[in-house]
Design a protein around this ligand. Structure first.
Ligand code: SF4
Length: 261
């Protein structure tokens, strides 16, 4: 199974199905930001990162042009990643406080991180066709992550795309809201983008609570918080009752012709 995930990662890195995104990721890699002018950019599709036996799967939107598209690892090398990994470190789910490069020794505990679109889009906005095209990769990723018990969706688009990939329709997106899906849970959070974290829409404390909720829903209560080393606090119930279980689709995964990927 691990080798299948590695194969999937290779396909993502080599994929060129979306001309607009290929142009965007390669243009950013050619032109570079001044601060990184001496660095070699990844400039390809950015695969997910983490453990194949993860109980917690975190889904973002897309790689940042000068973050993950530069380093080659999701949420690495930009402000969003700084915020995310600081939270994961405090929650005991990452061994480093930050993520800066593919060879920095970062390892995750019980966690896997990916984006619903694997290439950097202009202005962080993939279009409908690009989301649809990349969904096959997401489906395959989810199929391989068999131990997942909690999907943490960072932002409305990740939440919507996860539903599309799973073939289910749940309720509205709301920060902190969780839905039950058979033996799994789907948890909504504001995205860790600079736009949200610098305006106070999402604070470190709010995100810490989300990660604690995710740990509870993913049966990760045994992973201690790093700074307090205290048992997780008992959180209030989600703001709306969990929806009744929704059966998984019979054949949600596309295993047919994937030529060109
Ligand atoms: S389908 Fe996904 S991986 Fe392929 S080019 Fe489009 S966004 Fe990138």
């Amino acid at each position: 199974m691990a080798s299948k995930l590695a194969q999937l990662h290779s396909k993502v890195a080599a994929c060129r199905l979306c001309p607009r995104l290929v142009e965007c990721r390669e243009k950013a890699a050619r032109e570079k930001m001044a601060d990184y002018r001496n660095q070699k950019y990844w400039g390809r599709g950015v695969p997910g990162f983490g453990r194949i036996d993860a109980r917690l799967v975190i889904l973002g939107l897309a790689p940042g042009a000068h973050g993950a598209n530069r380093t080659g690892r999701v949420f690495s090398g930009d402000a969003s990643g700084d915020f995310l990994f600081a939270g994961l470190y405090q929650a005991g789910l990452a061994n480093h406080l930050e993520s800066v490069a593919r060879d920095d020794g970062l390892a995750l505990e019980e966690t896997y991180i990916t984006n619903v679109v694997k290439c950097a889009p202009p202005h962080n906005r993939p279009n409908h066709e690009e989301l649809t095209r990349c969904r096959d990769y997401l489906r395959e990723e989810l199929r391989l992550l068999k131990q997942a018990r909690c999907y943490l969706c960072l932002g409305r688009t990740a939440y919507k795309e996860l539903q599309e990939a799973l073939g289910v329709t749940l309720g509205p997106f709301q920060h902190g809201l969780a839905y039950e899906l058979d033996h799994r849970h789907l948890l909504c959070s504001y995205h860790v983008s600079r736009q949200n974290t610098h305006t106070g829409r999402l604070t470190p404390h709010m995100f810490s609570l989300i990660l604690q909720q995710a740990k509870q829903l993913g049966n990760l209560g045994h992973v201690p918080n790093r700074l307090t080393d205290q048992p997780l606090p008992i959180l209030p119930p989600p703001p709306q009752p969990l929806l009744p279980p929704t059966p998984w689709p019979e054949k949600p995964w596309l295993d047919g012709d994937r030529s060109g990927r």
